[in-house]
Design a protein around this ligand. Structure first.
Ligand SMILES: *Cc1c(COP(=O)(O)O)cnc(C)c1O
Length: 367
């Protein structure tokens, strides 16, 4: 079969990311029905390997959904909260806000624990709100707040929530496989991820790694038919397949992305991302950019920057278009700051890619 690889592009937006040629090639499989045993074994293999990424043992099960990452968050929020109970959301950015919106959509009473986007969260505040409201059944948080590049303290929150005897739902979509997560050491009830961020797979699926005992208790709490976490898990366990037609090829790509993740290694991937991030921020600093999140909260995956003062007149769209033409994608800020944008170091990128980007940015801004 003749097939030419498309031109490699450098995506500095926070997902989907630059993937390897081998991940892209894995889309080219023979047509196959998703109910065939051959495909079921791909699904089972993916479910097991996703657990391994976060060191989840026998007490966990992986539930897969078609859809983008948000489908996984929505499936969890809509499936597990008892009908007369509340959810508390730790909200310090757009993705925290999205969880609040999902709760409201399903008429779940939602306690919105907000804090400024550029400050570490206060564990004392969170603790006292939860302690004083026995109707709070679950706590939800975003691990890496992708709207700002701020990393929330997953380990501390997980132990706090456990101590307070509540369940914890974590949106780890943009940290999964990019920042080490250990479910043996951190008590997390539901952990949501997607293939198309630090796993370096392709978009179209979401997954939820669930504490099996808790999931069994939540059987009667579903509010959605399609996004029913319990029913999807039952079907995966008993029939070995998803309830409804999945994006078959995307799962082949995820299988390949997982192989490449384990080939690279957990710490090696983390170190590569961190190294690229360091090169990026050093270069940006030299160009006079300002960083909007305090250093002690950095995820080492993404940075929110504002333009050097002297260059404020350059419009984001013009900068974006000029860089895009040269094969580089940058991403606007979620906030209404017209001189800010975001750069992520997720995906199959090398230090050369980042250095080349910095030289292009310099040229575009200053020449
Ligand atoms: C990307 C992302 C999502 C999901 O976004 P989709 O567009 O639905 O894939 C959710 N939460 C976080 C923190 C993310 O970075």
């Amino acid at each position: 079969m003749m097939y030419e690889m498309p031109k490699r592009k450098i995506l500095l937006n926070p997902g989907p990311v630059t993937t390897t040629d081998s991940v892209k090639k894995s889309l080219m499989v023979s047509d196959i029905c998703h109910r065939e045993k051959e495909f079921c074994s791909v699904i089972q293999n993916i479910r097991e390997n996703l657990k391994k990424v976060v060191h989840a043992g026998e007490s966990y099960t992986t539930v897969l959904f078609s859809g983008s990452g948000t489908a996984g968050v929505e499936a969890t929020i809509s499936s597990v909260i008892p009908h007369n109970k509340k959810i508390a959301v730790i909200n310090n950015g757009s993705y925290g806000e999205r969880i609040v919106e999902i709760g409201k959509t399903y008429n779940i009473e939602t306690i919105n624990i907000t804090s400024p986007f550029n400050e570490p969260i206060s564990l004392e505040k969170i603790s006292s709100i939860i302690e004083n409201d026995p109707d709070i059944y679950a706590v939800a948080m975003v691990h890496h707040e992708t709207s700002t590049g701020l990393l929330n303290p997953l380990s501390e929150v997980s132990h706090l929530v456990k101590k307070l005897n509540r369940i914890l739902i974590v949106d780890a979509i943009s940290s999964f496989a990019g920042v080490p997560i250990d479910l043996e050491k951190n008590p997390i009830t539901y952990l949501v991820g997607s293939p198309n961020k630090c796993l370096q797979g392709l978009p179209g699926a979401a997954f939820v790694i669930c504490d099996k005992m808790q999931l069994a208790l939540h059987q009667k709490n579903r509010r959605s038919f399609y996004l029913d976490l319990y029913a999807q898990n039952e079907f995966l366990e008993k029939e070995g397949m998803l309830r409804f037609t999945p994006p078959v090829q995307i799962f082949y790509a995820l299988q390949q992305a997982l192989i490449e993740y384990f080939q690279e290694g957990e710490m090696q991937r983390y170190e590569r991302y961190k190294r690229n991030f360091q090169i990026l921020v050093n270069g940006l600093e030299q160009l006079g950019f300002n960083f909007l999140i305090p250093k002690e909260c950095w995820s080492n995956l993404l940075i929110l920057v504002s333009y050097p003062l002297s260059k404020k007149k350059i419009e984001f769209n013009r900068l974006h278009d000029e860089l895009y033409e040269k094969g580089f994608t940058i991403y606007p800020s979620k906030f209404n700051m017209d001189n800010a944008f975001r750069l992520a170091c997720m995906g199959h990128l090398t230090s050369n890619d980042i250095e080349f980007f910095l030289s292009l940015l310099k040229k575009t801004l200053f020449e």
